[in-house]
Design a protein around this ligand. Structure first.
Ligand SMILES: [Zn+2]
Length: 317
């Protein structure tokens, strides 16, 4: 039984999907360089497969065997003539459990890049903030090798990675997007995807989200002025959608949701909180909001309407 898929995203990058038990189906990406490998997120970890009889549960072993088959795992050191493994750079789009579950496999010998927006958020209570505690799974231990700065152009040991980091707090404080200028791909983590709502949960901030997305929209519009248009490769569901149109769709849905004009499609109690899902007319994008977060944004932007209270008979999840 196979627990991951491995496919080509573009000429330098592969896309991997983990078939996990909670159906998060996290998207993981690997960009290949002559002497380096850049991994974007690490999935849910080895104990979260839908099927029990998965042959290879290690994301690292799975990646390395597939990269080896493609002749991309190693390179010949020009100094010594020896064949050596490429060094892993691991970028975490945000530290939710379904993005850091496999991170422990890279903790000893790789370089880990995480948002420098709020180091306290990562260092103080990662167990809760990552939802590892909520799902009763061990919180991975790792050291951050590089705290990313907003609009940082990334190089490593003299190699231009052709990647730029954008700090995009909103879904979480540590959310980032990574822009690959070589392939014109925006890796957007959990800020932008389709068919499912963006989660606005306990550690999310809707005001930060819209500020981040407005800035990313301006960034993408500038990149679209020349050459092929930017596409979004997200943490779930979406890997090749036109970025500008996708961001605009989310921004429109955001304002419709704040103004009470989106469609309420679901309402549940989650961790004792009233959680409401609003989608746009086509049900392509939407927001699943903890009531208090939605109310805070409505108050901030001066909107007033009745958020439905959780009915006494609401199903528990
Ligand atoms: Zn997330």
């Amino acid at each position: 039984m196979v627990g991951f898929t491995f496919e080509t995203l573009n000429k330098s990058t592969y896309k991997i999907v983990q078939d996990d038990i909670l159906r998060e189906l996290p998207f993981i990406y690997v960009k290949v360089y002559p002497t380096l490998l850049a991994l974007i997120d690490t999935g849910c970890g080895p104990n979260h497969f839908r099927e029990e009889a998965v042959e290879e549960t290690s994301i690292r072993k799975w990646l390395e065997s597939n990269l080896d088959k493609a002749g991309q795992l190693t390179y010949k050191d020009p100094g010594t003539g020896e064949t050596v493994n490429k060094h892993w750079l691991v970028f975490i789009t945000h530290t939710h459990y379904d993005h850091i579950g496999g991170l422990f496999e890279f903790a000893d010998d790789s370089t880990i890049f995480i948002s420098g927006y709020s180091q306290e958020y990562i260092l103080k209570d990662l167990g809760c903030n990552s939802l590892c505690c909520a799902f009763n799974i061990p919180t991975p231990k790792f050291n951050v090798g590089h705290w990313l700065q907003h609009r940082e152009h990334l190089t490593f040991r003299g190699v231009d990675l052709k990647l730029e980091a954008l700090l995009t707090p909103g879904h979480t404080p540590d959310e980032i997007a990574l822009y690959d200028s070589e392939e014109k791909v925006l890796f957007a983590g959990d800020s932008l995807y389709e068919q499912l709502p963006i989660y606005i949960i306990e550690t999310s901030d809707m005001m930060d989200y819209i500020k981040s997305m407005n800035e990313v929209l301006g960034y993408v519009i500038k990149k679209n002025e020349f050459g092929p248009r930017v596409v979004t490769a997200a943490g779930h569901m979406t890997h090749d959608r036109d970025s500008e149109l996708l961001i605009q769709e989310h921004i429109k849905c955001f304002w419709d949701t704040i103004a009470g004009k989106s469609v309420l499609t679901n309402q549940v109690e989650m961790r004792g909180l009233n959680v409401l899902t609003y989608m746009n007319e086509t049900k392509n994008v939407g927001f699943m909001c903890v009531e208090s977060k939605l109310r805070a944004a409505m108050a901030f932007y001066g909107f007033e309407w009745d958020v439905p209270a959780l009915p006494a008979t609401a199903p528990k999840v």
